[in-house]
Structures are given as C-alpha cells and as structure tokens.
Ligand binder design. Structure first.
Ligand code: SF4
Length: 318
C-alpha cells in the first residue's frame, strides 16, 4: 500500500467564546481512515467545508494533524522531523485548484517548473533546463513557452504548468485538490485526460479531491464521501455509484446527470446547509438533513461498518 491513513484528526481552535469562555474546537477532520494503492486514485468527495482539502494538506504535513497516523510507503510520517519531511516531499506533491494564484506572476514559467529541482539541489543548470523542457513536453506544452509568464497562458495551460511543477521531482503520490474546478468545462476533460495518461505512464497515485461526482467517477478507482470531517461511505467506484447506501451519498448522486437510464435516480433535495463543525448536531451529524432520520439517529453516532466486502457505510440503516 502506498498510503495508509488511520484515524486522522485535525482540530482547530474555534472562535473565542462569550466573556472569555473557552473556545470550542473546529473538528475539521474527525477520525478519517483510508488507503491508496500504487498507481490508483482515491476520489474524496463532499460539499464545500466538509474537510476534504484539510485531509489533503494534512497528508502532506502542510497542516499538522492533531492525531492519527499517516504511513507512506510503509513509513510512519506523522511525526517526521522537518529535515526528513523535505526528502519526503519529493515523493508527495500537490496540485491546487486555482492555477491563477498558485503560479508566481513575476516569474517565467520555465523557472517555476524548475524551482523544485533547484530547491532540492538536483541536476546542474543545463540538466535542469533539459529536464524542464521534457516536463513541458510531457504535459502538452512547447519548450519554447518556458520563457513566457503565467498571464500569457490560458487557465488549462496554467494547470498544465502546475502539473509539470508537481512532476519535477518524480513523485509517487499527487494530491489533486479540485484540479479542474476553476477551468472551463471544455478544458476540464483535457486536464483530466492528462492526469490519467500520466498515471498510466508513471504509475502515479492520486488523492483526487472534488465536489464533482461525475469527474470523480471518471478518474477514481475508489471513492470516499466526506461529511462534516468524517468519511460516511467508502467503496470501490463501481460499488458506490451502482449502489450508494448512505443517504448523503444518495442525495449527492441524484444531482449527477446519468446517461444510462437504469442508473437515473429520483432527484433528492438536500435541505439546509452543512452544519458548523464547531456545533455539530448530536448523534448522526447528518440527521438534520436526512430524509430517513429516526429517533435513534438524533442521539447515537453511527460508526462505519463494512456492509459488503470493501464497502463501508456510517449509517444505522445501511
Ligand atoms: Fe440518516 Fe440516521 Fe443514517 Fe444518519 S444514521 S444517515 S440520520 S438514517
């Protein structure tokens, strides 16, 4: 297994209480566990604010987790010192949602892509240039474009530049955090196809974070659905899309257009907003929005259970 995450938690101090009352914590991630195999993609889905980006950043230790363990290539990296982490970052990279703000507008894109090589002291100047040229070609850009600045590229091309930078150090895992959400629909498919081609060529693994279930179904081998800092359903992609068992997953999926009539479902309206992670509802955190909620759901917290091989659901009724 390339990556194993076990009972990961991240609590942030909440806003200060009334008259200096101790602040409650924001439970951004609350006991998340999953694994990603080499060359495979785990799709992490959920509404905005459910904690999926915090999971991605915690795995890379860009955010320090509160507790839990992260094992990468068999090594526990949870408490790893910064010097070791630096070496580890060669193997784990991130591609952000917004290619407009993640590229320094004052630097030539060739320098942006070559920067990880420079920072890690890899290769001479001429070798770095040759490597950067090769990276440009791998992501579908022309080496001559290395001399240009980010504003001279379209959104899709900028995301290709971000991907080239992420590939520079030969990573095994890429956390792709909403990598196509900021792009025009017409360009999204091109960037997704590039990520999938790179996966085949390089045996890359992805943690693919997205709120777009159609995209997640297309790219993922497994899917984890998050709600208020927890994974509420986790299974192989086919299992979860053919037979979603958690009411939250079911509601999300009715919003996805299905070309196959046998998979079309009656639209379920997901009422209300995601509750605050500071004041989470007791029992099942989803109960205020769940069309199937019962008395038990208001007081008893459902634990994840394996309801069929490889298919976990946190719901009393599943
Ligand atoms: Fe709905 Fe109850 Fe299941 Fe929670 S445990 S998802 S409230 S049925």
């Amino acid at each position: 297994m390339l990556l194993e995450v076990n009972d990961l938690r991240k609590y942030f101090p909440g806003p200060s209480g009334w008259l200096g009352k101790a602040a409650d914590h924001v439970h951004a991630i609350d006991g998340v566990s999953f694994a990603i195999q080499e060359g495979k993609t785990l799709g992490l889905v959920g509404e905005s604010g459910c904690g999926k980006s915090t999971v991605g950043r915690s795995i890379l230790r860009l955010i320090e987790p509160t507790s839990g363990t992260i094992r990468f290539e068999g090594t526990d990296i949870t408490g790893m010192a910064s010097r070791q982490l630096r070496a580890l970052r060669r193997r784990m990279q991130i591609v952000f949602q917004d290619p407009y703000s993640s590229l320094n507008p004052r630097r030539r894109v060739g320098d942006i892509v070559a920067e990880p090589l420079l920072v890690h002291g890899i290769a001479s100047r001429s070798e770095r240039r040759a490597k950067t040229q090769a990276l440009f070609e791998r992501v579908g850009l022309r080496p001559q474009q290395m001399e240009l600045y980010p504003h001279q590229f379209s959104g899709g091309q900028r995301q290709r530049i971000s991907i080239a930078r992420a590939l520079a150090l030969g990573p095994k895992l890429i956390v792709a955090d909403e990598p196509v959400s900021a792009l025009d629909v017409s360009v999204q498919a091109q960037v997704i196809n590039l990520l999938m081609d790179l996966q085949t060529q390089e045996k890359l693994s992805y943690l693919f974070i997205s709120h777009n279930l159609a995209v997640v179904e297309h790219v993922s081998h497994q899917v984890a659905v998050m709600y208020l800092g927890r994974i509420v359903e986790y299974a192989d992609t086919k299992q979860i899309f053919d037979r979603p068992l958690h009411p939250y997953t079911q509601a999300l999926m009715t919003a996805v257009p299905m070309p196959d009539p046998s998979r079309r479902r009656q639209k379920q309206h997901l009422g209300g907003d995601v509750p605050s992670p500071v004041n989470r509802p007791p029992g099942c955190h989803f109960h205020p929005r769940c069309p199937l909620a019962q008395d038990r759901c208001r007081s008893e917290d459902p634990m994840p259970r394996e309801v069929e091989p490889g298919h976990q659901v946190a719901c009393h009724l599943a």
